[in-house]
Design a protein around this ligand. Sequence first.
Ligand SMILES: *Cc1c(COP(=O)(O)O)cnc(C)c1O
Length: 369
Amino acid sequence: MSAKPKIPVAAPSLIGREAEYVQECLETTWISSSGRFIGAFEEAFASLCNVKHAVACNNGTTALHLALVALGIGPGDEVIVPTLTYIASANTVTYCGATPVFIDCDEATFNLDPAELEALITPRTRAIMPVHLYGHPADMDPILEIAGRHGLAVVEDAAEAVGARYKGRPAGGLGDCGVFSFFGNKIITTGEGGMVTTDDDALAARLRLYRSQGMDPERRYWFPVVGYNYRMTNIAAAIGLGQLERIEDHLAARRRIAEGYDRRLRNARSLSLPKTEPWAEHVYWMYTVLLQGATRSRDEVMTRLEAEGIETRPVFYPLHTLPPYQAQALKPYPRALSIAERGLNLPTYAALGDDDLDRIVEALMLALD
Ligand SMILES: *Cc1c(COP(=O)(O)O)cnc(C)c1O
């Protein structure tokens, strides 16, 4: 009996003109951080997010750091960040010499719970960073209202939410700025890459200044500030443009997979399936289930699936439980802990067919037994 092929948890889908565009970079020798694809990718991305500016970076983490730097976040400042997120959300605050202040999440969407915001605001608070976790947008209206009332910036970490919508409006186009990642496992990819989106002309100018070593755009090799080299290459942007031209296909593939899991798992009593708020368009970066009343632990289920050649991922460990951030645990964060303990990301990528979904669901039901 031959072993069944392994199913990874994520895989990029390079179905458009990516190869052709990369070939053009090689043939024209525009392989570094100048070239036509960078501007083209930025423009197309700004239009997707319905904002004036998009600033491409070499990954999502540098994009997030750049956004905080351009907003003037620095030592002594506090930024409210969900405890249930990828570590880059908080690390970039730390890079600025500022302090991430952790907030618990909403049970249904796993996102920052706006009801807990006000109690965490201090005279040092400068910004709120909602994260649209696993592709479901955070409840932005109350976040924006509270931020407005307290004079705080809102930086959306939309790394997992390209194409998601809140009340019909694109995620990443709602706060002062939005930040995206194009890592190989994200909704669209450039290999490594990121983007900052904003409607604010002055902020966009600061983003471009700090992205490129702080060089004065009017005076070459004159550096008014300490900047960074966070530029995207033309090759990465070429891949990104190829991806973006097929964005509707990428999003449709994820909806198909989510619907496929929903249908097959509807009657699984020991699982809670992902929920979508009526105001949200979910892009299912990772289809995430929670074990409920199961006899086995989440880690046991993962190990049993691995033995069947199916890769899964645990939901993020809440950041306040990780060594760099344990001292910042202000409270127990019971909802984040419960989701993290029970949560499992199932394989979610365009190349999964019905046979794959059948196989994953069958193995999952056996693993839960
Ligand atoms: C992927 C991700 C990032 C960082 O992006 P990289 O491109 O991997 O640096 C930041 N925040 C969240 C929520 C992410 O999922």
